[in-house]
Structures are given as structure tokens and as C-alpha cells.
Design a protein around this ligand. Structure first.
Ligand SMILES: [Fe+2]
Length: 449
């Protein structure tokens, strides 16, 4: 018995010591990490596998570089999908430790990928940052502006990115456009030390060619057993944050409205509630029609159930509103909204992550600031401490602008990269939109301004 007890670990050691890291790389690319379930303990890893070569994800909490056999755990794909010229593999990693760094490689019969890493979300209230933005295009200057926004993601190292829909030019069924987007996302949002930033994706109208697109690309959840009903939510940080992904490309009433109300009720105890969707209710450019139907379906639910922040896209410009309460009868009501600094929802977004900016020519009386240019929203979220409540600082980070001749300027190159110990600093070289009387940052709750 004793000899056996000694022999087996020795054998394992010898085998391990004899292993060498293959020089060849796995035949896969377009890696992305996705939030579609409790992100404190789960993450979905997806990639495009070029040859069916038995790919396996090796992962663990200790960095073993590309020495795949040294990682604590391994898992092969849960779902393989041939779509848009890609053989997409999805692997859901579950039972992870919250607020923890995980390292991974993908190993297949051909070789081993680079080593990447990610962070799980916390399971108690803790400070974090996130980025929200949407609307990218597949060619020309708008493609380059979107790439600048991607590089800003890598430099700012948020916990996750809410992407508010409209990934590609066209209707979301062009294989080359998806392949380009996913390749860019992998290569440009990953930090220089291999940290991959998870995406929390939302459906936009440029995905309407197949309303199940986000399920094909990100394994996004859907409701009512209908893959065209892509809306879902995740929560993290204990009772800290609830995040909702809504869908403005399908009926906002009916089943979706019912789901939204149920979701609010189920998650009433979360201290910060954030919703994302693609089409703004009241766009800040005249080129886009108002959406009274959407207002009628969602605005009162948002207020009744205490939605704090709302993020949209679609218009290709930027806006930040005061906190708003739906109220059509008040004297100072405009488009059914009045300012309510105590309990209102702040509406942010309008989507110019990459797409060519439209004019900001439709401000409302309750608009704080609109802006025509490429930008992403960068939020610093802090839990209550001492005399301070739960609070959010909102920055609008410029990624590209155009002069009158249409010449593009990109703003990412001069931005100093943050690292894991200064994630809440505002880096040197960043260009922020000045928000009227409030300067470069807007705070929520609004009385902190
Ligand atoms: Fe759109």
C-alpha cells in the first residue's frame, strides 16, 4: 500500500515534468467572454474553432501560462453551432469563485492558445467600473472609430461592457461582418496582459435579419421558449446590482412587458437597477423618430420599480438626462417626463461606439448634455460607505470626432492604460465630454453633483 501511495504521485510528477508546452497554437480565434448568468460564479467562453480538433478549455485560479495540464479544471464545449461561416463553440464555466482571477487556455489537437484571464464579479457590494455603448459598423472610418472604442475598453479594464446593440452594418446575417466584429473584439478589447473583458450584449435593429442572432453569437438567453425573445437579466454583488437587457426590436408590450414587470418584482431588493436596450424612447437627434409606444410600455415600470440608470443606443450621438419621472399631467412635463432628482431614472447613451455621428439637434428641457461624436460611457459604481450612499460617477469618453471636411481624429492612442491597482483613476490622455455646469463627471444620486 505504502509503495503504491508513493508511486502514484511520483508517476504523476514524472508525467507532468515530461510534458512540454507545444509551440503550435490552437486552431481557433474570435474568443469572447459573455455574461448571461450570475457572473459571480459563471461565465460563458465562446470561440470559432477552425478544425474539429477536440478543443478543451483548461482553467484555474493560478496562472500556469500555456502549460495546460497544470490547470485545476478542464471542460469541452457545451454547444457547437455552425453559423455565419464559423464553428462556434460555447463553454459555460460554472461554480467559479466570486471576485476571483481565473486563467485559461484552449488546447486542441493542433496546439495551445495564448493564456488569457478574467475576473468573476463580486458576490458582495464592492466598487467596480463598467462601460456602456453600442452601434459599430463594418467598414471605413466608422469601423476605425469602433476599434478606437475597443482599445479604450482594453485601457480602462472595466468589469464588463454593456453593448447596446447594432454590431455590424447590414441586418446581422453577413458572415464576414460578424467574423470581423468578433475578431476585433477579441484582439482589441483584451488587455496587454491577457485579461479579457466580458460582454453583456443587447439586441439592436441591425441584428433584425434573424432575431435569434445574439443567441447564435453569444449564447444569449431568451424567454418563453422563443429564440426571437432575447431579453434577460443578471445580478451580482450580493444585493448590489441588477442588470437588465431589454429588446426594442420586438413588441415592448405583451410578453416582454410582462417579463419586465416580473423581473423587477423578483429583483426588487437590489440596490442599483440598470437597464439597457437599443432604441431610445425620445432620441436626441431629429433623424430618429420618437418612440411613444415604448414609452407607454416601459416608462412607468422603470419609475415604479426604481430603475436608476437606463442605457440606449441607435442614434449615433450622446446624451445624458436629469433623473426623470414619467408624468404627462405636470405643467413642466415634456414628452411625458419631468425632472425628479430624488427618484427619477437617468437616461444615458444614444450609441456612437463606432457609427458615424449624427447631429445632436433634438435636446429636451430635461437634457443635461448631448454631444455629436464617437463615445462610450464609463461608470464608476461605489457601494455606500461612511456618510455616502451607493453612488455612480458617469464619464463620457470620446473615441473619435470629425472636422468639417469629414477628417477623422481618434482619441485612444494618448490614453494611458490603467492597471489592476488603479482601476478608478481617470487616466492621463483621456478626452471627456464636459457636461455643461457639472464638469466632466455626472453623479448619481443627483444631489451629489
Ligand atoms: Fe440602431
Amino acid at each position: 500500500m505504502k509503495i503504491k501511495a508513493l508511486f502514484i504521485p511520483l508517476l504523476v510528477y514524472i508525467i507532468s515534468a515530461c510534458q512540454t508546452i507545444p509551440e503550435t497554437r490552437a486552431v481557433s480565434d474570435k474568443y469572447r467572454l459573455i455574461w448571461n448568468d450570475d457572473p459571480a460564479t459563471n461565465i460563458t467562453l465562446a470561440w470559432d474553432q477552425h478544425e474539429l480538433a477536440n478543443p478543451v478549455v483548461w482553467f484555474g485560479t493560478r496562472d500556469k501560462g500555456r502549460a495546460f495540464w497544470k490547470y485545476e479544471a478542464s471542460k469541452s464545449a457545451d454547444r457547437i453551432l455552425d453559423k455565419y461561416g464559423m464553428t462556434t463553440h460555447f463553454t459555460k464555466l460554472s461554480n467559479l469563485k466570486p471576485d476571483t482571477e481565473y486563467y485559461f487556455v484552449i488546447k486542441d489537437d493542433t496546439g495551445v492558445s495564448e493564456r488569457y484571464w478574467f475576473k468573476t464579479a463580486p458576490d458582495k457590494p464592492e466598487a467596480f467600473t463598467f462601460i456602456a455603448g453600442g452601434d459599430t459598423k463594418s467598414s471605413g472610418d466608422p469601423l476605425e472609430a469602433g476599434r478606437a472604442s475597443h482599445r479604450l475598453v482594453s485601457k480602462l479594464r472595466p468589469l464588463f461592457v454593456m453593448f447596446n446593440g447594432d454590431f455590424c452594418s447590414g441586418d446581422g446575417t453577413d458572415p464576414e461582418a460578424w467574423q470581423l466584429w468578433l475578431k476585433d473584439w477579441h484582439e482589441l478589447t483584451t488587455t496587454d496582459d491577457g485579461r479579457m473583458i466580458p460582454i453583456f450584449p443587447l439586441h439592436g435593429n441591425h441584428e433584425n435579419g434573424d432575431k435569434a442572432n445574439l443567441n447564435y453569437i453569444f449564447n444569449s438567453p431568451y424567454q418563453y421558449n422563443d429564440s426571437s425573445h432575447i431579453y434577460y437579466s443578471v445580478s451580482f454583488g450580493g444585493d448590489f446590482v441588477h442588470l437588465m437587457a431589454l429588446n426594442s426590436s420586438i413588441d415592448q408590450a405583451g410578453e416582454q412587458r410582462q417579463w419586465l414587470e416580473n423581473d423587477f418584482k423578483r429583483n426588487a431588493d437590489y440596490r442599483i437597477k440598470i437597464a439597457g436596450y437599443h432604441k431610445p424612447m425620445w432620441p436626441h437627434t431629429q433623424k430618429k423618430p420618437e418612440q411613444p409606444y415604448q414609452y407607454n410600455q416601459w416608462a412607468h415600470l422603470f419609475y415604479t420599480y426604481g430603475l436608476n440608470l437606463s442605457f440606449d443606443g441607435d442614434s449615433h450621438m450622446s446624451k445624458i438626462t436629469y433623473p426623470l419621472r414619467p408624468d404627462s399631467s405636470a405643467v413642466d412635463s415634456y414628452m411625458g417626463y419631468v425632472r425628479d432628482d430624488e427618484r427619477g431614472t437617468m437616461f444615458l447613451g444614444e450609441g456612437s461606439y463606432g457609427a458615424y455621428p449624427r447631429a445632436n439637434d433634438d435636446d429636451k428641457p430635461w437634457t443635461i448634455k448631448s454631444f455629436s461624436g464617437n463615445q462610450i460611457k464609463w461608470m464608476h459604481v461605489m457601494p455606500a460607505e461612511n456618510d455616502l450612499p451607493d453612488r455612480i460617477s458617469i464619464y463620457t469618453v470620446i473615441s473619435a470626432t470629425y472636422d468639417e471636411e469629414g477628417n477623422q481624429t481618434l482619441y485612444d492612442a494618448e490614453v494611458e492604460s490603467l492597471n489592476e491597482s488603479n482601476l478608478f483613476d481617470v487616466p492621463k490622455g483621456i478626452t471627456l465630454v464636459e457636461n455643461g455646469i457639472y464638469g466632466k463627471v455626472i453623479k448619481y444620486p443627483f444631489n451629489l453633483n
